[in-house]
Design a protein around this ligand. Structure first.
Ligand SMILES: [Mn+2]
Length: 331
């Protein structure tokens, strides 16, 4: 087997093949169609959705998947705190990028959901989308919901974000990065009564911005509630109540304070530190994760690449949550 074959078929040993060499895939995982038979079917496939036509402010998140692929070359497979080597527990691959339709958000979501539906083994493989703006979460949610057997009650949602993203209409359009979860709720992909939104903070456009979620039973934990109040207890209670429920995790990098993650399009001051964000995801260990996304990384506003680096570590942390479950341990 040549060194190139090793890169193509499994996670290379960094002591043999340096992290600065090779063609960058997500976390150095093999390309999906080159995974060796012993590692099929793949447990998780990561793929990019390089689309940012849904933004309400700064564009540029279309370059997120490339920046995260590059930054993730230095992500390592052993999670020290959770005591798990994700590469020993899970088979993972890079599925490439979904097709996008830059002039239409809805067309992009339809194309991306169809692309995702064809990745890996639909009866086995979980989907991890890397954005792109937050509108793309709808596409991966739809593909994940279909893969989960179209559960009538929808999926439970673990949502990390500065914003609730349940705006109905923006500039006359219903498909935007401010709207993925109102559309997913309307379409039955997620259950708002089993939706946790963590890191929400102001300022808001109007005093009623959060009413849609509140009226439908979303467990809403603002950053200030988490920092100073009972937010952490409410998160623990929400996670403990999930049991074996199928959960989807969506992580908007703007839930992190722009002091730590400046490379994003709608930055909101006063959020989680990098360490707090990683610990929040880690605290989900044990839930039954069936799909995930990480969105809103904007490389052009990311001096030193720290936002893309954090995003790549968060991806590892999210996969660790799945690995802990697969290894048969609670968090
Ligand atoms: Mn968002």
């Amino acid at each position: 087997m040549s060194p190139l074959d090793v890169f193509r078929t499994r996670l290379p040993n960094a002591r043999e093949f340096p992290r600065f060499a090779g063609v960058p895939t997500f976390c150095r995982f093999p390309l999906l169609d080159q995974v060796e038979p012993a590692h099929r079917p793949v447990d998780w496939v990561l793929y990019g959705i390089p689309y940012d036509g849904g933004v309400t402010y700064r564009p540029g998140a279309r370059f997120g998947p490339r920046a995260i692929r590059e930054a993730s070359q230095y992500v390592k497979p052993v999670n020290l705190e959770l005591g798990v080597n994700i590469a020993h527990v899970l088979s993972m691959a890079d599925g490439g990028d979904a097709p996008v339709r830059p002039y239409s958000c809805k067309d992009t979501l339809d194309a991306a959901a169809a692309f995702a539906g064809g990745l890996g083994d639909p009866a086995h493989t979980h989907l991890f989308a890397v954005g792109g703006d937050h509108s793309i979460a709808y596409a991966n949610l739809r593909a994940t919901w279909e893969r989960a057997g179209r559960p009538a009650g929808g999926l439970a949602l673990l949502h990390f974000d500065a914003h609730l993203d349940t705006a109905d209409v923006v500039w006359g359009h219903q498909w935007t990065h401010a709207s993925p979860f109102i559309r997913a709720i309307e379409d039955g992909l997620i259950d708002p009564a089993r939706m946790l939104s963590v890191g929400i903070r102001g300022p808001l456009n109007t005093a009623t911005d959060l009413d849609y979620g509140r009226e439908r039973g979303v467990t809403l934990v603002t950053y200030e509630q988490w920092r100073a109040g009972d937010g952490a207890d409410r998160i623990r209670a929400f996670l403990a109540a999930r049991g074996d429920e199928a959960c989807y995790l969506t992580f908007d990098i703007d839930c992190v304070d722009p002091a730590f993650a400046p490379g994003t399009g709608t930055p909101c001051c006063g959020g989680f530190s990098s360490a707090e964000a990683l610990a929040l995801v880690r605290a989900c260990a044990g839930v039954n994760l069936v799909g995930a996304d990480l969105v809103e990384v904007l490389p052009d506003r990311d001096p030193a690449g720290i936002t893309a680096l954090l995003a790549s570590h968060l991806i590892m942390e999210i996969l660790s949550v799945a690995a802990v479950r697969r290894a048969g341990r609670a968090g």
